[in-house]
Design a protein around this ligand. Structure first.
Ligand code: SF4
Length: 368
């Protein structure tokens, strides 16, 4: 019986991750250190594994790396944006080499997406990553299907992993998905290979539902420590953003209920206008009692993704809970803000597309 489904839409019980699976809370010193990012200030990035040892290694001046990736099955949505922002923050804070794996094999195994199709999506995704601020000179971006060393690691790990272990972590899945998780373990441990800089400390920013991958990889690192010199990777965990209708976590499988960084003004208007709010049944009631931002997906949108300034968020909350602002007007204000953000982002991205294409076309193997 699987515990958490990395491929599903179900919301995760965060408390269980602490009590049952041993996640650690972020210390005040960690929160302070990363407070330039709203995710760390607002408990959106809420947990870690082994982050203190990563920080110590980095502060001792030893080489460190930050690793994450994307399944190129669709355009960058807000979850991908949050992960990319964490990657960029950690790259900058520790002068860490950033490794970004394009999980095209998983897109094939999980979504049946042919590699030629995911290749085009990968270019678009990498342009988003560059536009968000990745320092590409201190980064290595690659596609799984073209990275022979990651594939060799996956093969090696397969020799010492039983289907019973995988079934306990992921439930009954086809062999393609099982192999894709071993490939992800290869992605995470790949930066530790001597020829890639041998950074023994690697941190992986992930969504909470990716924890089974982290646990599997930490076990594999321990199994192959003597042979390969691996250390268990560290990880930071962020919470999920709900789908716009508030029913499940946001997922690319449900395009009408996600916001993508490619969305047009019209699409944003339509999607946000239809999003779940914490509004009351009648105008009178809302004027009297105020709205309920804790139930509202529009509030979450701004909290998680679009208001960097804490004062903007505080003002939004006060306008809502005081009943001064009703949901219709509130949505119009947020739609304008989101569209302004996306317009700027899309301009920056356009300027990065040629570079993204070059990166994806030329990364045929790790040392090319
Ligand atoms: Fe949400 Fe705004 Fe309505 Fe409050 S007023 S419930 S924040 S949409």
């Amino acid at each position: 019986m699987k515990e958490i489904d990395p491929w599903g839409n179900a919301l995760v019980d965060y408390q269980k991750l602490f009590t049952q699976f041993g996640l650690q809370t972020l210390s005040p010193a960690m929160k302070k250190r990363f407070s330039s990012h709203r995710g760390f200030r607002r408990d959106i990035v809420f947990a870690h594994r082994g982050l203190e040892s990563f920080i110590k290694t980095a502060d001792d001046g030893k080489p460190v790396a930050v690793m994450t990736g994307i399944k190129p099955s669709n355009s960058f949505h807000l979850g991908s944006k949050l992960t990319a922002e964490e990657l960029i923050l950690l790259q900058k804070e520790f002068n860490a080499k950033a490794f970004y794996g394009i999980a095209d094999l998983e897109a094939y195994a999980d979504n049946g997406l042919p590699l030629e199709q995911s290749h085009e999506i990968a270019i678009d995704n990498v342009a988003d990553l560059l536009a968000l601020g990745l320092h590409e000179k201190n980064a290595f971006i690659y596609k799984q299907s073209r990275n022979a060393e990651v594939m060799r690691l996956a093969q090696l790990f397969a020799k010492r992993t039983t289907t019973a272990t995988l079934e306990a972590l992921y439930g009954k899945q086809n062999l393609g998905l099982y192999f894709s998780v071993l490939t992800q373990a290869g992605d995470i441990l790949f930066p530790m290979l001597e020829e890639n800089g041998g950074a023994r400390a690697v941190v992986v920013p992930v969504g909470a539902d990716q924890d089974p991958h982290i646990r599997l990889t930490r076990d594999l690192a321990a199994k192959f420590a003597a042979e390969k010199g691996f250390e268990p990777p560290s990880a930071t965990y962020h919470k999920f953003f709900r789908a716009l209708d508030g029913t499940t976590k946001m997922s690319k499988r449900d395009p009408q209920n996600i916001l993508s960084l490619n969305d047009s003004e019209k699409e944003v208007k339509k999607k946000v206008s239809n999003a779940l709010t914490g509004g009351r049944d009648t105008t009178e009631e809302q004027r009297k009692k105020g709205g309920q931002p804790e139930k509202c997906v529009v509030y979450e949108l701004m909290q998680f993704h679009f208001y960097d300034d804490d004062k903007d968020l505080k003002d939004m909350k006060e306008d809502c809970t005081s009943g001064r602002l009703l949901c219709g007007e509130c949505k119009l204000q947020r739609i304008a803000h989101i569209n302004e953000y996306l317009k700027k982002h899309q301009e920056k991205k356009k300027a990065k597309l040629a570079k993204a294409e070059k990166i994806i076309e030329t990364v045929s193997n790790p040392r090319s």
